[in-house]
Each structure stands twice: as structure tokens, then as C-alpha cells.
Write a protein of this length. Structure first.
Lengths: 380, 315
């Protein structure tokens, strides 16, 4: 290649022409062009380029440097504007989202606040505020409903903060405490018993998977999904046959054998890697050892979650005591709370607040486990 | 003599097991395994048998008897008696109406909230805790507040009267009674459903969403084409749980309004409870069997639909 020719071309053009077939150009330099051609092809093959292309020309080629700068400045400003608008838009959406979520959260939490704050009012104040509400109720009261024209005042903050209601509740009226105690002796044995039974059953279901067992497991699931309307009648019949009707065992025993936690724990235990169990087996562990040393520790969070869920569920129960416990003094507080009469509205607020404290404390303590337990129950 | 024969005769401890012996050992191992795991299952199984399965069979028997004293075969008269009973019909109608209202609403609202919380909102876990809180609160504690709001002399009437000059109504004894209960139901179940949806949303692979974003799919398009596909089984699960919970709504209704509520709040459980107090066993058991069959039917349809629609999502 001659030097004069090369000097006149710009760098861009040299690069561009490298990839253009030039067989028509180099008629006079046939000897060198052959070599060049082959070199070029080898180079392109090295770069894995097999199709050469025409030179790319853009609108910038015709621009001077100033024009280019002006163009780029304009573009930069435009891009900034777009970005800013986008950020503002996103912020607005986030704000709207936060507002919506906050409204939902306030609605969710408001009843709790009401109950708690109102329980610190004096009973006179509560009567002033809500007395007329309870005169218009006819659900449980004996007298007919009185429709008044006045409506209550919603008050969040008590005029005078007292713990008078709680004092009355604790020391003056034994019925409420008795009902509270009834709730405890119903719920705690159910939770403990069901956990024990369910752990064993879930381990069996997760380790021994044959066709008939799977059918049994499926029937457990169906049983779990059955509403009270179906299961209460069988419970009643059995309780009558066993002679435990109207005793706490009529509620505790069916509760212990309820299948909900079997289902959830089996789901957890099936996720234990089989290599763990095989390793333990090779080391000579018995099934009991595998159960206590591997299965239980690996499901610890599920066990916590289950106990919390069960506690919340059974603390809330109304149907079973209503049907199975005929004598009023054995019923838990949840049933009794709906039957407060007018004279005891103040104390009812305190009792309501007291009744929701244990589950809320447990919730605050084990929220992580609870969320994990719920989440995992939904995933296949 | 070949080597194996010598071994069999002289060193019995290292001889190879015959096929029969192998089979026997295998059977013993199988039986042992069965025994162990059945032993683990026994407490639960016996309990479930005694307290649920056997009584259900007894129920089936009772439902065909004339009465608990007269054990003659009565054919389907009990069922006819239940199915033509006005109280039963209206109770099941109310329960079904409530379920049809409550389940879709609970599912959709929970899904929207979960999507909202999942869209990079600040304070996600705080909102989650607060929204989950109502689930833990016993209904009995909330009944008072609900009455303060919705009774005739309640806050809502006061507000409506002040703002719009509306006439007071007793909400729990009006045609809107189910709406009041619906509010309570959603208030209580929204958090639980939302946590389920949040878990499912967290399980969607981020690459899929990211690449859809890169390809310029709008938020709506991303939701309908990608997220909905992954949420399929969760929607099903949440739907079932909401259905079950909507059958439990008797608790709230009972605590708010007692044994005999306004007619459109008369739920199946009311019917059952009142039958308990009259000790009409044959009617009761026929009703329970009808409920059981209907439930199994609904669940069967749901499971069938689910297995048809999302066999591809499961692992």
C-alpha cells in the first residue's frame, strides 16, 4: 500500500474500509491486494466477523463541534426532565400507597385503641357516652329495645384516667375472673395436647408415605376444612355417649384431636432433606432419635407458629362452649362478654381489654413465627 | 464343589441369602416400618376415629332413624323434613349469600393490599403487623365497639344524621345487616389473607418481573400476565380459607345479635344451635349430613378446578 494514499484518509475511514470488500478498488496493486485480502479475512475470522458491512453514517457526521455540543446539552436537559418527572410520579404513587395503607392500618387498629382507652374511663363517663347505645340493643337483653334520638359521643381520650374498672374487675366481681380462668383451662390443655398428638402424627405422615396413608391424610385435610356446623354434632353425640357432656373434657378432647396442626406440621416435616435422615440412619439412630433430634428441632419455628395460631383460634371459640357446655358457670369469657347488661358497660370494656391482652402479647412476642407459619401454610 | 457351595456349607455366616430368605427379610423390615410409623400415628388416629369419623357414621345412621328413641328405618323422611324446613332453607340461603359476598371481596382486597405493600412501600413490615393484628383479637372483645358503632343509637347513625341528615336505622336489623357483618369479617380476615399473598408474591422469581420491565410491560400487564399466573394456587388456597372462615361467621353474628337475629343474619349454625336446644337429633343429623355432603361437593369442585388450572405451577 502506498503512503500518499494512506495519509489522505482519516482514521475512521481506515477502520471502515477494513471491513469493506475492495476487490474493485485495487486493480493496480493486484500483488499486494491479494495478500491484504487474505490478511483481512483472517483477521475477520479471528474476530468471528464473517459478514462485512457498509460504513455507518449518522447525522453527527454533518455537524460541527458546536452543533454537536448544543445537541447533547439539549438531550441532557430533556433526559433530566424526564427522570425528574418520573421520580415525582413515583413519589406521588408511593404517597398515595402509603395513605391507602395507613387508612387500612388505622381501621384495623382503631377498635383495639377504642377498647383499651375506654377501659380507662370512669364508669360514669362510659355511661354518659355509651349508655344509650346499650339501651337500643335487643340481642341479649330482656327488656325491649328503646330507640332514643341521641347518639353517643366518640371519645378516644378519657377525661379522667383511672384504673377503677380494672380494680372492680379484679377484686369486686368474681364472675369475670372465673370466666377468664375458664378460658385458660380450656385453651392451654388443647394447645399442649394437640401439639403433642400432632407432632407424632405429622412425623408418621411425613416419613411413611404409602397409598393408603395418603388417602388417610387427605381425609384429615377434608376434616380440617369441615365447618363447625358439621363437626359439632358428632362431637355432641360422642360427648353424650362418653358422659362428658357439660364438662370441659367435651371441648378439650375433640380439640386435642383436631387435624389442622397435623396437616401444617406434616407439610413442614416433608421439607426436611432426606439426606439428614439417611445420615442419621447410617449412624444407627432409631426412629425415636430421628424424631426427637432431627424432626422436632428442624420444625421449631413451625411448632411456635402452630401454638400461637391454635391459642388465638381457641381463645376466640364461641360455638363449642355454647353447644357443649350447658351450665353457664363453665363457659369461657368469650361467650360471656356478649351478655353484659347495661349496668356493667364500664366493666365490660375493661374485661374486653383484659381478654384481648394474652393473644396480643403472644402475637407481639411471636409475630415472626406467626407470619412464617401462615406464609408456609399457603405454599405447596 | 464350587466356591459358593463350600461357603454355604462351611461358613454359613457369609453365605449368600436365597431369594426366599431375602423376601422374608424384606417383609419383616416392611412390617417393622409399618409398625413404627403406625405407632406414631396411633394417638391421633384413635382420637380422630373416636371423635370424628365414627360419630359421623353414627350420624348417618341416626339420620335414617325415625327419632333417637324409635330406631325404625325412616328412609329419607328426615332429609325431606330438613330440606323443606323454612328455617333451614333461609339459613342456608343466608350462609351462601354471605359466602358469595365475602369470599371474593376478602380475596381481592387482600390481594390488592398485598400488591400495594409489595410495591416497595416504606414501612412494609409495620403495616403488615398492624394489619395482621385484628386476626389475633378475640371477636368477643370487639363486639362492644361494633355495637357502639352500628346500633340504633350508635355512632354511625349519629354521623350520618349530622352530615347528611339521614334518618337513623338499626343497622343490625335492616337489610344492610349482612354488610355490617361483612365489614367485621373483612376486618378480621384481611391480614391473614394478605400475609398469604405477600408470601406468594415474595416467591415470584424477580428475574421474570425484571425482564418484563425491561421489555416495557406496564404494571397492569405485568400483573395480569405474570403475577396472576404465579398467584394462582394462592388465590385458590385463600379462597378456601375464606370460605371456611365465612362459615364461621356465626360467631360474630351470635355475639352481636344473640340466638334469634334479624332474618337475613340467620345462619346455618343458628339453625343447628336451635335444633340442639330442641334436641331434635334426627333433624339435626340429617342437616349435618347435608352440610357435610355439600361441603365435600364444594371442596371437590374446587380441588378439581385447581388441579386443572395450575398443574404447571406446582413443582
Amino acid at each position: 500500500m502506498d503512503k500518499d494514499n494512506k495519509d489522505t484518509r482519516s482514521d475512521d475511514e481506515i477502520i471502515a474500509t477494513k471491513f469493506v470488500r475492495r476487490s474493485d478498488k485495487n486493480v493496480s496493486m493486484k500483488a499486494t491486494s491479494d495478500l491484504q485480502e487474505r490478511r483481512l479475512q483472517a483477521q475477520m475470522a479471528r474476530r468471528k466477523v464473517f459478514v462485512s458491512s457498509e460504513k455507518f453514517s449518522s447525522i453527527f457526521d454533518s455537524m460541527t463541534q458546536e452543533e454537536k455540543n448544543a445537541y447533547f446539552d439539549k438531550e441532557r436537559r430533556r433526559a433530566k426532565g424526564v427522570l425528574r418527572r418520573r421520580t415525582i410520579g413515583r413519589n406521588i404513587w408511593t404517597g398515595v400507597g402509603v395513605v391507602i395503607a395507613s387508612i387500612a392500618a388505622i381501621i384495623a387498629i382503631l377498635p383495639l385503641f377504642f377498647t383499651f382507652l375506654n377501659s380507662f374511663m370512669t364508669s360514669a363517663e362510659i355511661n354518659d357516652n355509651y349508655g344509650m347505645v346499650f339501651q337500643s340493643l335487643s340481642g341479649h337483653s330482656d327488656s325491649a329495645a328503646k330507640y332514643l334520638s341521641s347518639t353517643p359521643v366518640l371519645k378516644l381520650i378519657p377525661e379522667q384516667v383511672t384504673i377503677e374498672q380494672y380494680k372492680t374487675l379484679m377484686f369486686m366481681s368474681p364472675t369475670y375472673l372465673l370466666k377468664f380462668w375458664n378460658s385458660i383451662i380450656l385453651v392451654v390443655p388443647i394447645v399442649i395436647g394437640q401439639m403433642l398428638v400432632a407432632c407424632l402424627a405429622a412425623y408418621s405422615f411425613s416419613r411413611y408415605r404409602r397409598k393408603r396413608r395418603e388417602i388417610l391424610f387427605f381425609s384429615y385435610i377434608i376434616l380440617m376444612l369441615m365447618p363447625f356446623q358439621v363437626t359439632l354434632v358428632p362431637n355432641y353425640i360422642v360427648a353424650e355417649k362418653l358422659g362428658i357432656l357439660d364438662s370441659i373434657w367435651a371441648i378439650i378432647l375433640p380439640g386435642v384431636f383436631s387435624t389442622f396442626s397435623v396437616f401444617l406440621l406434616a407439610k413442614y416435616m416433608r421439607q426436611i432433606p432426606s439426606s439428614y435422615i439417611e445420615a442419621a440412619k447410617l449412624d444407627g439412630a432409631s426412629e425415636w432419635q430421628i424424631f426427637t433430634r432431627i424432626a422436632i428441632p428442624m420444625c421449631k419455628s413451625a411448632l411456635y407458629a402452630m401454638s400461637i395460631l391454635l391459642f388465638i383460634d381457641y381463645w376466640n371459640m364461641v360455638e363449642q362452649p355454647l353447644v357443649l357446655l350447658t351450665s353457664v358457670d363453665k363457659q369461657p369469657l368469650s361467650v360471656f362478654l356478649s351478655q353484659v347488661n347495661e349496668a356493667e358497660i364500664g366493666i365490660a370494656f375493661a374485661a374486653s381489654a383484659l381478654y384481648m391482652i394474652p393473644p396480643i402479647l403472644i402475637f407481639l412476642y411471636g409475630e415472626e413465627y406467626l407470619v412464617e407459619g401462615i406464609s408456609r401454610s399457603g405454599i405447596k | 464343589m464350587d466356591k459358593e457351595a463350600i461357603n454355604n456349607n462351611l461358613k454359613p455366616h457369609i453365605r449368600k441369602a436365597t431369594a426366599a430368605e431375602k423376601r422374608r427379610a424384606h417383609n419383616i423390615r416392611k412390617i417393622k416400618e409399618w409398625g413404627t410409623f403406625t405407632a406414631y400415628l396411633t394417638p391421633s388416629f384413635v382420637g380422630v376415629l373416636v371423635f370424628f369419623f365414627v360419630p359421623l357414621l353414627m350420624l348417618l345412621k341416626i339420620s335414617f332413624q325415625k327419632s333417637s328413641v324409635n330406631t325404625d328405618f325412616a328412609g329419607i323422611t328426615n332429609y325431606l323434613r330438613v330440606l323443606t324446613n323454612d328455617a333451614f332453607i333461609s339459613a342456608s340461603k343466608n350462609t351462601l349469600t354471605f359466602a358469595l359476598l365475602a369470599v371474593p371481596l376478602a380475596v381481592i382486597l387482600a390481594m390488592l393490599l398485598a400488591l400495594l405493600l409489595n410495591s416497595g412501600l416504606p414501612g412494609k413490615s409495620l403495616f403488615r403487623s398492624i394489619l395482621l393484628n385484628p386476626m389475633t383479637v378475640p371477636v368477643a372483645s370487639i363486639v362492644l365497639i361494633w355495637q357502639v358503632f352500628f346500633s340504633y343509637n350508635g355512632v354511625l347513625n349519629g354521623l350520618l344524621g349530622d352530615l347528611f341528615g339521614l334518618k337513623s336505622t338499626d343497622w343490625l336489623k335492616s337489610d344492610y345487616a349482612q354488610v355490617v357483618i361483612l365489614l367485621l369479617f373483612i376486618w378480621k380476615n384481611l391480614g391473614y389473607n394478605m400475609v398469604l399473598f405477600l408470601a406468594a408474591l415474595g416467591n415470584i422469581p424477580t428475574e421474570v418481573i425484571e425482564s418484563a420491565k425491561m421489555d416495557g410491560a406496564s404494571a397492569l400487564k405485568r400483573f395480569f400476565s405474570i403475577k396472576l399466573y404465579y398467584l394462582n394456587s394462592t388465590i385458590f388456597f385463600v379462597g378456601i380459607m375464606s370460605l371456611i372462615n365465612s362459615f364461621k361467621i356465626f360467631r360474630e353474628v351470635y355475639l352481636l345479635t344473640g340466638d334469634y337475629p334479624y332474618e337475613n343474619l340467620y345462619m346455618l349454625q343458628h339453625f343447628m344451635n336451635n335444633a340442639f336446644t330442641h334436641l331434635d337429633y334426627s333433624k339435626l343429623s340429617a342437616g349435618a349430613i347435608v352440610m357435610c355432603v355439600v361441603m365435600i361437593g364444594i371442596l371437590g369442585v374446587l380441588f378439581f378446578v385447581e388441579s386443572k388450572t395450575d398443574s404447571s405451577v406446582e413443582e
